[in-house]
Design a protein around this ligand. Structure first.
Ligand SMILES: Nc1ncnc2c1ncn2[C@@H]1O[C@H](COP(=O)(O)OP(=O)(O)O)[C@@H](O)[C@H]1O
Ligand SMILES: [Mg+2]
Length: 229
């Protein structure tokens, strides 16, 4: 099967220091493939480059070496149209669910914002919002509330729902449950599994919890602490 996303020998070097330049390899020689309906688990200590790799795969950051392919095409050499498809098809969800939503916008406004960006006609918003809320297990009572007025688990469901409106093929999940209580974590992980089964999503799941990776991942990659040179 053709991988949705593929990283080949990817590395990222950061430079720091004004006079004595220090080169810091945040990531070195990483290769992986993400396939429809499958989860790649990504583990490693803090600072080992997990978020950096996630951002590179999502096209939010560039690698300094190696190559990324989306549906068989190298992302640097895609046409404008192909890049637009890639940007929509690959999404990232971050650890802090509340921080991923604008605190000054109601949940309903945050959802409408995405529908508006997608140029969905206004008459379809209510129906699409309803369907989306159902997918992520939320009630429409939440629409008039603000991020500070719903729980962390509910925030993460809204963040996921917003991403689902884009009809992604792959989602990079950067410690999506580590800010949540254990019981809520299990609910979100089960939701992620159900969505993957129903929608054929490819996941990269970043976690420092071995039990989370065991529960979710079909393959696992473990990063080690990088070096300064
Ligand atoms: N924009 C940046 N500029 C310089 N160094 C960075 C930048 N982003 C991350 N780093 C460094 O790269 C390393 C890996 O970071 P990160 O990918 O966030 O690790 P993890 O998610 O595994 O904790 C860290 O040492 C971090 O300080
Ligand atoms: Mg991180």
């Amino acid at each position: 099967m053709l991988a949705i996303l593929k990283a080949v020998d990817v590395g990222r070097v950061y430079e720091s220091g004004l006079i004595f330049k220090k080169r810091y390899a945040a990531l070195e020689g990483i290769s992986l493939e993400m396939e429809a309906g499958k989860t790649v688990g990504l583990m490693g200590p803090s600072g080992s480059g997990k978020t950096t790799l996630g951002k590179i795969l999502a096209g939010l950051e560039r690698p300094t070496s190696g190559r990324i392919f989306f549906a068989g095409k190298e992302i640097g050499s895609m046409s404008g149209r192909e890049t637009a498809i890639f940007r929509r098809a690959v999404q990232m969800v971050f650890q802090d669910p509340e921080g991923s939503l604008n605190p000054r916008k109601s949940i309903g406004q945050s959802i409408s914002e995405v529908l508006s960006m997608l140029k969905i006609p206004g008459r379809r918003w209510q129906e699409m919002t309803g369907e989306m809320l159902e997918k992520v297990g939320l009630s429409d009572e939440l629409l008039c509330r603000y991020p500070g007025q719903i729980s962390g688990g509910q925030c993460q469901r809204v963040a996921l729902g917003r991403v689902l409106l884009l009809q992604p093929q792959a989602i990079i999940l950067d410690e999506p449950t580590s800010a949540l209580d254990i019981s809520v974590q299990a609910q979100i992980l089960n939701l992620l599994k159900d969505l993957q089964r129903d929608l054929g999503l490819a996941y990269l799941l970043i976690s420092h919890q071995p039990e989370v990776i065991r529960f979710m991942a079909h393959d696992t990659i473990i990063l080690v602490q990088s070096r300064t040179s």
